[in-house]
Design a protein around this ligand. Structure first.
Ligand code: GAL
Length: 657
């Protein structure tokens, strides 16, 4: 298993390299990722290249038995390039996202793509057959610092072509967009604007004031642009190397369609910062992100940057407690991580990230965090064949759609609605119950899942409808909710009775809805509905009813038999307690397996490549927990009695009780 660190040799005097790499060896690391921000050192002036330092460092690392994941440096162009060619993205006010940080270049700028192709080709030519290169990372975190959408002239031209390819003639676009509204008909594709700043936004901050179809296409186009840029680099590297190609994704980030971004890659990697100055440090949030990353390619993934210390940009997040770095490592593995790389090896005293601590402090002295990871590395080495390529079998899938993210973002329905949060709440309820769901796209739906959740799946295509019908016909249990099927592919409200294409499956009609900010009580002590409530009619079974408001007595949760299977319709957003009850009820009725476990813990069942079954038990709290499970520890061979220390981990062959 890859066990490595992110390393910036260019930040240190070369006289320090040998000692740092010896320390890496001592830390049990077998890989480093390097060079992803070193363009200026590699090409100090246009067409003048210097690879001598990179040659040297790769050799020094090889001498220590450490392989290299080589990053292409295109996320941070040198100033000569950015200035000479004006490659800066433009924000929605037309202002350049200027030099001084990174990720400022537009992927549709022809000069930037040309210079990117040249530097990537130089690297691939030189290192493509180097035996010490074990993998390639393309660029770094596409879209980070909210840099997916650009409003420059190159984007405008390219967007016009993208629309021309999609719609063929402008009348079709006008008709599908409904530009007749507010007299916005376009005369040609070149006439179509980018949804930048406009009069309606003046006083409303983030409010989007554009035609919702235009907004939607601009999201799609912007996402496609980065995927095309990634493909450009992947094609070049593949001409010279047969080593795996990856890119570091960002977990829950959703401005790029990660299913499509994963396609040109051999493996998905992602950057996991559990507790920095911005994140939601709930462990379920991290587990879900791991699952989403596994779902991106429906395949195990790598973590390319794992938090190694307290971190933040201008303020620190929490300091990892003793045990937490080890725990986070096993949490990643339990959810499908096949390669673990920590960010970063030694903390940088300078630059924007002087507060983003690595495994080793600024003074280069290894302390608690380093020793904890060193020990973890030794454990993992022994168990590597149990981990790499292992599966975590589950009966449950939660579907995420990037189209849904964008559509719900463009028009939020009500201030408290948040699609990402809704998915997370369904994930958390399942995690609490212990179904340990997979997360992925609608294309992952398969009869091996007993239950498939698709909360607020707002746009349903005919192909997707066919997938759902086949799944339910074959005996599956599908769970749909409010705000599903209400829009078409142009992001317009469907004119069929709601829930549009999902009427047949759900057996309901939406008669009215209520988004007023009141909580509504539910029958049988189920709890309450909060947020959006559909007021529906059904001929199917009613599981839960509203018991307050003018729609008291009408259905809140229904089940419709369809073929061999059933479709649940959850007409409202539920409180946490109600949602947990619902998920348990659905799992019980569908026969989905769940593993009971104390609050603040996870138990993940796994199956190694060669079919050996084992359980990973993790305690995310600061107290000892008693797990209702015993067996032989794979970590140290002793008998596990069910007690797990604060932030502790056990991996066991289970003893049936
Ligand atoms: C990641 C990025 C790294 C580093 C780290 C800490 O998003 O890929 O280069 O910046 O965050 O901020």
């Amino acid at each position: 298993m890859i066990f490595g660190v992110d390393y910036y040799p260019e930040h240190w005097d070369s006289s320090e390299w040998a000692a740092q790499e010896k320390l890496m060896r001592k830390g049990n690391f077998n890989a480093v990722r390097i060079a992803e921000f070193s363009w200026k050192k590699l090409e100090p002036e246009e067409n003048t290249f210097d690879f001598s330092w990179l040659d040297k460092i790769i050799d020094v690392l090889a001498a220590e038995g450490i392989g290299v994941i080589l990053g292409t440096p295109t996320a941070a162009p040198p100033k000569w390039l950015a200035d000479k060619y004006d490659v800066y993205m433009r924000d929605k006010y037309g202002r350049p996202r200027g030099f001084g940080s990174r990720r400022e270049c537009c992927s549709n700028n022809p000069y930037y793509t040309e210079r990117s192709e040249i530097i990537v080709e130089k690297l691939a030519e030189r290192y493509g057959k180097n035996p010490n290169i074990i993998a390639w990372q393309i660029d770094n975190e596409f879209g980070c610092h909210s840099s997916t959408r650009c409003y420059c002239d190159h984007c405008k031209k390219k967007f016009a072509n993208w629309l021309r390819d999609k719609y063929g003639n402008i009348d079709k676009l006008n008709s599908l967009y409904g530009t007749v509204f507010w007299s916005q008909q376009y005369d040609s594709f070149d006439d179509v604007i980018l949804p930048a700043y406009t009069s309606c936004e003046a006083d409303y901050g983030d409010r989007r004031a554009h035609n919702p179809s235009l907004e939607m296409d601009f999201y799609r186009f912007s996402s496609d642009s980065w995927i095309e840029y990634e493909q450009l680099q992947a094609d070049i590297i593949r001409r010279y190397s047969d080593k795996p190609i990856t890119h570091n994704f960002m977990g829950h980030f959703s401005d790029i369609d990660y299913y499509k971004l994963a396609a040109p890659l051999d493996v998905v990697a992602w950057d996991n910062y559990v507790d920095n100055q911005w994140n939601n440090p709930a462990y379920e949030n991290t587990s879900m992100a791991h699952e989403l990353m596994r779902g991106a390619k429906h395949k195990n993934f790598w973590v390319m940057e794992e938090q190694a210390g307290p971190c933040g940009w201008d303020m620190f997040g929490g300091t990892p407690r003793p045990g937490q770095l080890r725990l986070w490592t096993y949490q990643a593995i339990a959810h499908g991580c096949d390669g673990m790389v920590y960010f970063r090896f030694r903390s940088a005293p300078f630059g924007m990230e002087q507060y983003w601590l690595g495994l080793v402090d600024h003074d280069g002295v290894p302390r608690r965090r380093f020793f904890e990871v060193q020990k973890t590395g030794a454990e993992i080495k022994k168990l590597s064949d149990m981990f790499v390529g292992a599966e975590s079998p589950t009966d449950v899938l939660i579907v995420k759609s990037y189209e849904a993210v964008w559509s719900h973002k463009i028009k939020r329905h009500m201030s408290s609605f948040d699609y990402r949060e809704l998915l997370y709440r369904y994930y958390k309820a399942n995690n609490d119950l212990g179904t340990n769901p997979d997360c992925g796209s609608v294309n992952m739906i398969d009869k091996k899942y007993k239950v498939v959740y698709m909360p607020a799946y707002i746009i349903v295509t005919d192909e997707e409808k066919a997938i759902l019908e086949e799944y339910v016909n074959g005996g599956g249990t599908l769970v749909l909710t409010h705000l599903s099927g209400i829009k078409d592919e142009n992001n317009n409200i469907v004119t069929e009775t709601l829930p549009g294409k999902l009427r047949g499956l759900t057996g309901i009609t939406v008669e009215e809805f209520d988004s007023s900010p009141v909580d509504t009580q539910l029958s049988d002590g189920f709890g309450k509905a909060c947020g959006w409530r559909d007021i529906i009619k059904t001929d199917g079974d009613v599981k839960v009813r509203y018991t307050s408001e003018y729609y008291s007595g009408s259905p809140a949760v229904t089940v419709n038999k369809f073929g061999e299977g059933s479709v649940w319709y959850v007409a409202c957003e539920l409180s946490d307690a109600a949602l947990f009850k619902l998920v348990k009820m659905i799992s019980d009725e569908a026969g989905a397996e769940y593993i009971p476990h104390p609050e603040g813990t996870e138990i993940i069942k796994r199956r190694s490549c060669d079919g050996r079954e084992y359980y990973m038990l993790m305690n995310f709290t600061a107290e000892q927990k008693n797990m209702d499970m015993t067996g032989t520890s794979l970590i140290n061979g002793s008998m596990f009695d069910g007690k797990i220390e604060p932030y502790g981990v056990e991996i066991i062959n289970r003893k049936e009780q």
